[in-house]
Design a protein around this ligand. Sequence first.
Ligand SMILES: Cc1cc2nc3c(=O)[nH]c(=O)nc-3n(C[C@H](O)[C@H](O)[C@H](O)COP(=O)(O)O)c2cc1C
Length: 479
Amino acid sequence: MVFADLGDYLDTLRTKSMLRDVNVSVDPDLELTHILSEELRVGKKMTILFNKVRGSDIPAVGNIFSDWERMKMVLGDEPENIGNRLLGLVQVPSDTDSLISKGLQMMKELGGIKPKVSSSLGSSHTIMEKPELSRYPVCKTWPGDAGRFITLPVVVSRDPETGHRNVGMYRLQVFDDETLGMHWQIHKGGAEHYHDYLEKKKPMEVAVVLGTDPLTIFSAVAPLPNGLDEFSFAGLVSRKKMELAQGQTVDLQYPRNAEIVLEGIVDPTETRLEGPFGDHTGYYSLEEQFPVFHVKRVIEKKNPIYPTSIVGKLWHEDVIIGKAIERMFLPIIRFQVPEIIDMNTMEEAVFHNMVVVSIRKRYPGQAKKVMFALWGLGQLMFSKIIVVVDSDIDVHDRKQVIWAMSTRIDPQRDVFIVPGTVTDSLDHASQQFNYGSKMGIDATRKGQAEGFTRNWPEVMDVPEEIKDTVRKRWREYGL
Ligand SMILES: Cc1cc2nc3c(=O)[nH]c(=O)nc-3n(C[C@H](O)[C@H](O)[C@H](O)COP(=O)(O)O)c2cc1C
């Protein structure tokens, strides 16, 4: 199912009793976000539309992706099925007949890939007289936050050389009515473009969309390789071309169904302190220098809705987004690292801080080969700890994982540290900002070539016929 815009999604949730309206006045300063948080912790995980946010005439919506059911509605399928579909596009069959039917299938699949670009936003939207960010119900989530932060933006930029588009989700700190802190971390697509503009000493055009259909919001978070356009990705997932509007003051395109668009400029020579901000890790990300976004034009849909999200210590909707990404990209990761059976980016570890992978091990040293492959693969570069287990371990069963981690390793031989590597910008424990170390734990069974000269014992189990007998006679035992 493809939702026409954010309002269409919310209407659908309302008809399914998955949305609640809050019609009393709430404070965007700590109160609104704590309501969302409590609804996730002890409530029914409702999507909540706040119709009266103090200081603003614009409603705010939160908990858009608050459970798996909503995520499946947004994606139109199980994420892993979508991943398999995407993988199908790069796999070439060996015989001619299959090649022809594959070609036809691909034409169908690729129908949605190229977004349709038309004129600038017209009668459905209004150009505001001047930027006035204080009109929006932008929230402060945690008491130590430096101020109000836009937390669910879709940020569009263009590579100055190739013209390739990048769409990412990077929070924005509101400094005043027309100035925002742009928190694209150094490894991300937006930051890549920013550095190219810095080299060319040219101002960077940026468009920020606040509120669009939920699939496009999800696509901004998807860890696509640089150069692969997130709007095309959204079209691939939905099999429907995205409709884009031409920017008015910037040579960029963004979704026609945008609720609010901020067009403006990042001057690559200008930075300002951004943060602290209560982050996905459950800690405050400390203040650091980040680029500044100057808003030049604001375009609004009639009666726009402002989307927000909260992050913090478990459990928030970033958990659903993270799991959907893991499941969707697993088939493609398996294609690149074929011995991988399954993967669990652990939500308790803020996903990338601990990744468990099971492999079909055939040769010595294979666990390390897998770890290095993952550390070199897109945003898996942020994985602080990678644990590799054998194929008999279910990576989603913490008990099995801990059992393997504790019974199949000799720490001196099987735990190793990689110094001087990339770290996630949010990792406050690393030696330096963006730079630290990694840990690999090889919890697979070891062979002779790996220096293990003893006999590896068998895992204990009861014979199948005994299990069968006991199952059949269970009632007889009177238990
Ligand atoms: C709610 C939410 C907020 C996020 N905020 C940021 C942020 O402030 N900075 C950042 O670099 N990544 C942030 N991310 C993660 C990026 O959106 C994600 O890494 C994405 O793949 C980046 O896109 P890119 O690969 O095109 O750069 C956030 C993700 C979510 C779900």
